[in-house]
Design a protein around this ligand. Structure first.
Ligand code: BES
Ligand code: ZN
Ligand code: ZN
Length: 498
């Protein structure tokens, strides 16, 4: 069951049986004003000192009050130094408070912290709920033991507490946005974490179909229809699998005339074995993640409707496995993409750019104002930027900058890489218009893949997000269990809100 998130004013606080979380700044006086009299609760001061609680980022102190406190548990969570903290500090601190309460209390009350006046209260409340909602996520679907299934989780509500009624109303606006963003992020995490044999193209198409409503139309192209469309690069990739590919086209239309018309293209490889250029050992273990881009497109379109996004947003997802079956496409094969360009396959593991070539060509035909694609495209981006920073490439500075502004607000990290045209000639083929990998050493994998995709968007404002590093977390952190992350969902929603 999803948690209930709301904000009430102080007079409605009734947390006698619950946990109350208060934020604490490092090197500042502990602000418990209005909550309780620190003098009466002198033991708290002793505990704070003995435990060495300083309000540093990651600090979390649980205190069981003697008498004067209005709650049964107090969680003090550190935000760090005032001049170093940003909304990510708040997300993490809220995540800490949540993790310390999920098996302990039915309701977690959270006192809204004093924050810089430059940040609207809506955004402060939004960050807290995002932190709580992201930290709450666990993937328990296939656990059978009660304890590991999380059956002792008792938390139902997260209630922010504001000083004034007007503050509570503003906070609730931010909370509503956060709840939708969290739901969308966790939807992607669930789909990425799902075992690959349970999320074949047809199953994911069903999930897409279920998103249809008054504002969202969903069309699923089956294999014969994809053949008729002429998506031969995409079909080539699918040939080694015994499960048919599907192409999903979603359209969200707002009430009234849309401000802009935008396209989102997502890589939807439900499992990437590498094909005949098969991946080895550990390189294959996480390859159920290779549909993260497609899952993100579905999640964002579903959220557009809930957020009343003012733009028309279309989604394009080629779903297929990349397998080495008897009919698999081979190195040396040539495929003709939807836009007529021919591609020589030199490596069957560079399949993402092939399915995207057709999906981008299809999107271009819809005459949209801009196209954004998301793909777990290259292992190289993990080497360049690691697992915390998404690689951005674009043929349009304004689009890239607007997206960077959105990312600053959500705290998701991105870094733009140059689509230097001098690398393009390395994708020449002896027999076709281009090859799917570069022949020459010294070619940057991530930029090269971006240049390849650029050939299929012609002059449209376009942006490519390589989420191969960020879509997956190997190790757990406060806001993130190991596995799918839902990277870029929140930033896309922030970007689309304007
Ligand atoms: N799905 C992979 C990229 C990937 C690697 C995602 C690691 C997440 C983690 C992609 O299809 C791939 O295999 N790319 C190759 C391209 C190469 C053959 C040019 C790669 O990056 O090694
Ligand atoms: Zn691959
Ligand atoms: Zn792949």
């Amino acid at each position: 069951m999803p948690l209930n998130f709301t904000c009430v004013e102080r007079s409605q606080f009734k947390g006698e049986k619950d946990t109350l979380a208060l934020f604490a700044w490092e090197q500042e006086r502990l602000d418990t004003d209005g909550w309780f009299d620190t003098k009466k609760e002198s033991h708290l001061k002793t505990v704070v000192q003995r435990e060495g609680f300083k309000g540093k980022p990651g600090d979390c102190l649980i205190y069981y009050p003697e008498n004067s406190l209005p709650c049964s548990r107090l969680a003090l969570v550190g935000l760090g130094k005032k001049k170093e903290a940003d909304l990510n500090s708040l997300r993490s601190a809220a995540g800490k408070a949540l993790k310390a309460s999920v098996r302990q209390s039915e309701t977690l009350w959270v006192g809204l912290p004093q924050w810089s006046e430059r940040t609207p209260l809506e955004n402060v409340a939004q960050a807290i709920i995002e932190g709580a909602g992201l930290a709450e996520y666990e993937y328990l679907k296939y656990k059978t033991n009660g304890e590991t299934r999380g059956e002792e989780r008792i938390l139902k509500n997260v209630q922010l507490v504001a000083e004034k009624t007007s503050d509570a109303a503003r906070a609730n606006a931010g909370i509503a946005r956060a709840a939708i963003a969290v739901e969308a992020t966790n939807f992607v995490r669930d789909l990425v974490n799902e075992p690959p044999s349970f999320k074949r193209p047809i199953e994911l198409a069903k999930i897409a179909k279920n998103l249809a409503n008054r504002h969202i139309k969903v069309k699923v192209y089956t294999k014969p229809e994809v053949e008729r469309l002429g998506m031969n690069a995409f079909l080539g990739v699918s040939r080694g699998s015994s499960h048919d590919p599907v192409f999903v086209h979603l359209v969200y239309r707002p009430e009234g005339t849309p401000k802009k018309r935008l396209g989102l293209v997502g890589k939807g490889i439900t499992f990437d074995s590498g094909g005949l250029n098969i991946k080895t050992g550990n390189n294959m273990t996480t390859m159920k993640l290779d549909m993260a881009g497609g899952a993100t497109v579905m999640a964002v379109i579903a959220a557009c409707e809930k957020l009343n996004i003012p733009h028309e947003v279309q989604g394009f997802i080629p779903f297929t496995e990349n397998m080495p079956g008897g009919n698999a496409y081979k190195p040396g094969d040539v495929v003709r993409a939807l836009n007529g360009k021919t591609i020589e396959i030199l490596n069957t593991d560079a399949e993402g750019r092939l399915v995207l070539a057709d999906a981008l060509s299809f999107a271009v035909k819809q005459d949209l104002d801009a196209i954004i694609d998301l793909a777990t495209l290259t292992g190289a981006v993990l080497i360049a930027l690691g697992d915390l920073i998404t690689g951005l490439m674009s043929n349009n500075d304004k689009l890239a900058q607007e997206f960077e502004t959105a990312a600053k607000k959500t705290g998701e990290k991105i870094w733009r890489l140059p689509l230097d045209k001098d690398y393009k000639e390395r994708y020449k083929s002896k027999v076709a218009d281009m090859a799917n990998i570069a022949a020459r050493a010294g070619t940057p994998g991530t930029i090269g893949a971006g240049l390849f995709l650029q050939e299929f968007v012609s002059v449209k404002p376009w942006m490519h997000l390589d989420i191969a590093g960020t879509a997956w977390a190997d190790t757990e952190s406060v806001l993130q269990t190991a596995g799918g992350t839902g990277a870029m969902v929140r930033t896309l929603l922030e970007f689309l809100a304007n």
